[in-house]
Ligand binder design. Sequence first.
Ligand code: T46
Length: 141
Amino acid sequence: MKKTGTSLVKLVNLPKITDDCTLVFVESNKHIPFAIKRVYYILDAAVNLSRGRHAHKKLRQILFCIRGSIKITLDDGEIKDEVVLSSPEVGVYLDKMMWHEMKEFSRDTILLIFASDYFNIKDYIRDYDRFLLYAKKNRKS
Ligand code: T46
């Protein structure tokens, strides 16, 4: 996984084979730094849609934009950063306790997300002030 400078953006590059089509593959604990327990995808979003705007206490994820493009904003409570994804083999790592927003969907955006755990509603922090407090507490301990 490549971290760009002091930024929060850690990109994951998957192997891509191009012959008469494009084939991208992913293996748990190899290309992705955790065992994949859940996969979900997001499509048919309106162009001006904003999603996310939450953090996860424990969940780690990697998000790929396998069609179209999207902007992801990242915020660890101290630093804010953003990245545009538009290649099916390049994903961004969403660490635990990373406030994130998905925006600037293109008309054809398809997001594919690999997650380190099963769905757990208690893992979400959806209030930004609560996130900041929780992040500060985590940094001290
Ligand atoms: C995230 C970003 C990147 C489930 O029941 N199971 C699931 O596995 C998922 C992903 C969602 N849901 C339900 C929970 C909500 O009732 O689907 C509904 C929409 O979820 P949410 O508002 O969290 O959707 P996004 O697009 O804001 O966020 C999603 C993921 O849920 C989230 O974990 O980090 O994509």
